[in-house]
Design a protein around this ligand. Structure first.
Ligand SMILES: [Zn+2]
Length: 371
């Protein structure tokens, strides 16, 4: 599928049904170009032409275009180090059913068995594709390295496809989430944005001109070890005050737990900070400053003024918004565009829908492959 055809298919998928006039405006096409681009998509059955609608206007009937019915359902699964989150969706990534289960055993055999069990438990009719996302380096469907699962090389796509007898797409979790945010989430309609996730890890992704950047480094998580605070704690790689050390839920709760002499949860930590408990306040304020610095750096160097904040630890921003914004302002040229922050607080469900989005895109490419 050419990029122009893909853009047309995507517009119809996300926003359809759309009249030809709406499509030419949205995509900046002439009516003749739209007709040329739509023809192979109509021929392949991916999109359909609906009956004329009387919209009151004079002239040619609009014959709106929509995605075809009956293209099946999808499952998206996000793997973390200790849990699996699954969603069944239609082709527009609208959720139909949810499932989640613990991963008590992180071995590839045990995790693959849980993925298969989750797909069966969701029981969505007419399942045509599965997407799985995880933190780590993924290439051509194979996992090269997944630190949270403590995996080295695992042919995850091959093993799941053989077991499920369905096409499976595997993607880095931040890349998949960026895809979902761009498509139907907090980044919808933005030409480009930076995505920063905070949670068990710190993720960084980039969307430029409507396309998710997918270089090998996008899956390494190169934003995770940005130096943010020379006085911060040390990460597992030995960096003082890097993004992981300052912003992961594990590091924040460990620091507060050490100060209070007992184990605390992330929710408790944020609540203590909100109430002004001094140790929690100090740790959370330092995290807020680091988050603001990271957002300003990301926006400055990517030349993108929009930021999507996501991940299961994103409540940090809600508790410390004024402080984060002050740190952003301190790190930003006053003449630069104001930074527009979009928060996705859907947590693990958002990650699972991201995995479904990857499965849907793979299916669309398959349905429209040259025959
Ligand atoms: Zn580090």
């Amino acid at each position: 599928m050419s990029e122009s055809e893909a853009a047309l298919a995507r517009a119809v998928l996300i926003h359809g049904p759309l009249s030809r006039r709406e499509l030419t405006t949205r995509l900046g096409l002439s009516p003749a170009s739209l007709t040329r681009l739509a023809k192979p998509l109509l021929d392949s059955g991916l999109i359909v032409e609906l009956d004329d609608v009387a919209d009151g206007s004079i002239g040619r009937p609009s014959r709106p275009l929509d995605i075809a019915d009956g293209l099946g359902a999808f499952v998206g699964i996000k793997l973390t180090g200790d849990r699996l989150y699954a969603v069944g969706t239609d082709i527009r990534a609208e959720p139909l059913a949810w499932d989640e289960r613990p991963l008590d055993d992180r071995s590839p055999e045990a995790v693959i068995a849980e993925v298969i069990a989750a797909v069966h438990a969701l029981d969505v009719p007419d399942l045509v594709g599965v997407g799985v996302s995880l933190g780590g380096l993924v290439q051509d469907g194979a996992v090269r390295r997944a630190p949270f699962l403590e995996w080295g090389e695992v042919d995850l796509r091959g093993r799941l496809e053989r077991a499920l007898e369905l096409p499976v797409a595997i993607e880095n979790d931040v890349v998949a989430l960026a895809e979902a945010e761009r498509w139907f989430g907090a980044g919808t309609g933005l030409p480009g944005f930076v995505i920063v996730t905070v949670g068990a890890g710190v993720g960084y992704g980039l969307v430029v001109d409507g396309v998710v950047v997918r270089t090998p480094d996008a899956a390494v998580g190169t934003g995770g070890h940005l130096p943010l605070d020379p006085y911060g704690p040390v990460c597992s790689d030995g960096h003082r005050g890097c993004a992981q050390a300052m912003l992961t839920t594990g590091s924040i709760t460990a620091q507060v737990g050490a100060a209070l002499g007992r184990v605390v949860t992330y929710g408790e930590t944020l609540e203590f900070a909100r109430r002004g408990e001094p140790a929690a306040r100090a740790v959370v304020d330092a995290a807020a400053d680091a988050l603001g610095r990271m957002i300003a750096l990301a926006a400055n160097l990517s030349l993108q003024p929009a930021v999507v904040l996501a991940g299961e630890g994103v409540a940090l921003f809600e508790v410390t918004e004024a402080r984060v914004r002050a740190a952003i302002a301190a790190g930003r040229d006053p003449q630069a565009q104001p930074i527009d922050i979009h928060v996705d607080d859907s947590g693990f469900r958002g990650w699972a829908r991201g995995a479904a989005a990857v499965a849907i895109q793979a299916a669309m490419a398959r349905m429209h492959a040259p025959r």
